[in-house]
Ligand binder design. Structure first.
Ligand code: FAD
Length: 456
């Protein structure tokens, strides 16, 4: 018999339960990736992620070829393309990873129905995209956890499945045609500093970081200039690394750094279980707060300054320019720029979330939308009205100013603390720097936010 393995957000050969199950029950498998026109139509196939994806598909194909197989790529409607490949190969089963978004859930339902009508079985596997499946732990009396700490307590107590090795051979039936693999060189408009994709790159990065970064992660992960986080987020987004494997390997290493890293991976699972239970939270407020956000139109100038990294707040501008340059931003930067947009400028979180999704190589519906909601105070933060002060935060997380000087070269001649607040310099000195004045005074922004939330 033949089985199809439909790859989605799990573009790897190591620790891949659907592939393992297909190989255990069929003599031949068709490893299939569909460039889904539904994802393109929704505006998710932006250059940075398309380029990274192209790397992932090429690396997956190379890995399969080493094992006697190859990757089959098709484009179009995912259900139609899977049915086509099932018919061509005579497959009796399709294996895939369970997704969490509303789109992924509908895709599974549509596939299940279409395949059943053809006498083919769909087998959907858990804990491929997340370490623990959404719904694996639930609070008593309701469907999902809305607060991280109790979720994390329960999550930590669960046993994870064993890590699977990569298969030795992947026999693919002859005669199933594939489109040409995409190449990152064919994708225009990518960020110049975009990371390389693919399982080989991901495993290499994790191995190096486990040796050199993990132990000190606990103390250093908020240090903007130190850049001491794993940068594994795009690999987790595309599934070139397995979250189960990362959690298990980190726990084996042990220590406070590993504990802190595992906690961040649990945040990822946490947001995924919220989205799985409430797919509408991708766009609608998880906890409506009667906000009358300013829109992109009503705050056009300020939103443009925010996007382009010229708000006049150096740490905000540094982070926004890192996003433009790398298609990635440090987590502390994300917190600061999101707080600045929603609370200081009082602009709708959806404007910021959309901009992030347009650029982030790890741009992810669950993590992006729900982190934006967390910062905006419409999500799961238990302190929804906290406002991060960018000057105080810069002093704490970029004490020497090295992060700002790296990304805002106009200020390269300034030391801390002035580099974080150039408007405080005496006028003649200030005039030497070609750098904008603040778009809004922090006190003014704070007063507006407090009024809006009825906290005055
Ligand atoms: P590390 O610090 O090394 O953490 C390891 C892994 O844990 C990350 O790769 C990530 O998968 C996970 N993780 C860490 N922090 C979080 C978090 N707060 N929420 C969920 N998962 C987390 N992450 C995305 O993957 N995609 C997004 O689109 C995204 N958008 C964000 C938007 C905002 C406004 C904020 C505040 C955070 C967002 N994050 C997003 C979460 C976090 O900033 C990134 O995962 C992290 O910066 C990636 O860098 P890293 O891999 O070096 O992280």
């Amino acid at each position: 018999p033949v089985s199809v393995v439909l790859f989605t957000s799990d573009l790897r050969l190591h620790d891949h339960p659907p592939l393992r199950a297909a190989l255990a029950s069929a003599a031949e498998v068709v490893p299939l990736f569909v460039r889904d026109e539904g994802i393109d139509a929704a505006g998710f196939a932006v250059p940075n992620r398309r380029a990274f994806l192209a790397d992932c598909l090429r690396d997956l194909d190379a890995g399969l070829r080493k094992r006697g197989g190859r990757l089959v790529v098709r484009s179009g409607d995912v259900v139609a393309r899977v049915c086509e490949v099932v018919a061509e190969s005579g497959a009796g089963a399709v294996h895939m990873a369970a997704g969490v978004s509303g789109y992924a859930q509908r895709r599974e339902e549509r596939l299940e129905r279409a395949l059943r009508a053809r006498g083919c079985r769909l087998s959907v596997h858990d804990s491929v995209i997340t370490a623990l499946a959404p719904g694996a732990v639930t609070p008593a009396g309701s469907g999902h956890f809305a607060v991280f700490t109790p979720y994390f307590r329960r999550w930590s107590g669960e046993r994870l499945r064993d890590v699977l090795g990569a298969p030795r051979a992947v026999p693919v039936p002859p005669g199933v045609r594939s489109e040409d693999l995409p190449s990152r060189a064919d994708v225009p408009g990518t960020s110049p500093g975009l990371a390389a994709g693919g399982e080989t790159a991901g495993r290499g990065r994790f191995a190096a970081w486990r040796r050199a970064g993990l132990a000190r992660y606990g103390d250093r992960h908020d240090d903007l200039a130190g850049d001491a986080t794993s940068r594994l987020s795009p690999h987790l987004h595309f599934g070139t690394l397995s979250p189960v494997e990362l959690v298990r390997r980190a726990r084996e290493a042990g220590g406070p750094g590993a504990d802190a890293f595992v906690r961040q991976l649990a945040w990822r699972d946490f947001h995924h279980q919220v989205l799985a239970a409430r797919p509408a939270a991708a766009l609608a407020d998880y906890r409506p707060r009667h906000d009358r956000w300013r829109t992109e139109e009503s705050a056009r100038e300020e939103v443009a300054a925010w996007k382009e990294g010229r708000t006049g707040y150096p740490v905000i501008d540094a982070a926004m320019r890192q996003l433009l340059h790398e298609g990635w931003m440090h987590n502390r930067g994300r917190l600061l720029v999101a707080s600045f947009l929603t609370k200081t400028l009082y602009v709708d979180w959806r404007v910021g979330a959309r901009h992030f999704l347009d650029l982030l190589v790890d741009g992810d519906v669950a993590n992006n939308q729900l982190n934006w909601q967390w910062v905006a105070g419409t999500g799961t933060d238990t302190r929804p009205n906290r406002v991060l002060n960018p000057v105080a935060q810069a002093g704490r997380h970029d004490p020497e100013g090295a992060y700002v000087r790296r990304w805002v070269p106009e200020l390269a001649g300034l030391a801390a603390p002035a580099v974080h607040a150039p408007w405080t310099l005496p006028a003649p000195e200030r005039a030497a720097y070609d750098y904008p004045a603040p778009v809004v005074a922090l006190s003014e922004g704070l007063a507006r936010f407090k009024r809006a939330r009825g906290r005055e």
